[in-house]
Design a protein around this ligand. Sequence first.
Ligand code: PEP
Ligand code: MN
Length: 359
Amino acid sequence: MSFFKRGGSPFIIAGPCSAESREQVLATAEAVSAMNVQLFRAGIWKPRTRPGSFEGLGAEALPWLQEVKAKYLLPVAIEVAEPEHVELALKHGIDVLWIGARTTVNPFQVQHIADALKGVEIPVMVKNPVNPDVDLWLGAIERIEHAGIKEIAAIHRGFSTYNAASPYRNQPNWPIPIELKRRRPELPIICDPSHISGKRALVGDIAQKAMDMGFDGLIIETHPDPDHAMSDAAQQVTPAALKQILDGLVLRNINSGNADSDVTLEYLRQLMDGIDAEIIDLIARRMELSERMGLVKKEANMTAYQPERWREIVDTRGTRAEKLNLSREFILSIYEKIHDESIRKQLEILQSVINEVKG
Ligand code: PEP
Ligand code: MN
């Protein structure tokens, strides 16, 4: 059994985005140690998007994590982004390391960290890169593996987007972690609903979705006073809220006794969702064309229904379907529906002419 897979129940990691003070670290640890939490997290070197934001307290916070370990018997994890961070973490008995999303994007940096890990036995978690690139994610994991690290988990924390309308801070792009799972079914994968959502109200739903999809664990940013957190204030939850989320999780059977077919099935469904979205978009575009044709027919005083055109559609679409091993009847039954709707829309347009003339 892997460090990150504890027989059926999810592996839960909780703790603040950043270690801010000894009191804050110990208060969070005390609260989460009473829950079903297996690992305590706290960032001490923080990769911030813009300079001037709180960049973590650095090595000063390491002894507080040692205290958490000793007092609450809770293993502790920090983010490392430099070989020097690895050295300091090892010197202070940190139990688990993680590589952040902004580091995973850079193979040089990941290699430097991997080199610092040679000959060391410590579990390492690798967050996805900020861009949706499964190979880059896998590449970072492989660099850590090649350094001899045995216990590795992937963390899905979502992907950057320029879509201001998105409800998420980082797009989940579920097909990407599912593709990683397909390629490496044995690799534990942990969801980070905090960084995906960017807001605490969504954390529970994303955590449940990860459970529904068979993820192995969750990492949830937890802070005694989230609104006043020095980083990621909007997404951190109180220990009480964490308890509610964890107690409310519906745990699913990870598989039906056949992990391979479950993972493949999920992967195929994700692909199918994408195709269905494309089909609907295409139908909408086709309807737009049909409406434009309606306007032309109106101008030329033509009928909406054109028997010649319908015969041509039946012929060409039926033949194409057969060539692709699809039943002619099946495809034509779909086209009947599409054509009916198209004619209905064109009739509306023709009708509007009559009304205009009447009016
Ligand atoms: C974090 O876990 O606090 C963090 C900085 O995350 P990420 O690397 O996913 O942005
Ligand atoms: Mn954070």
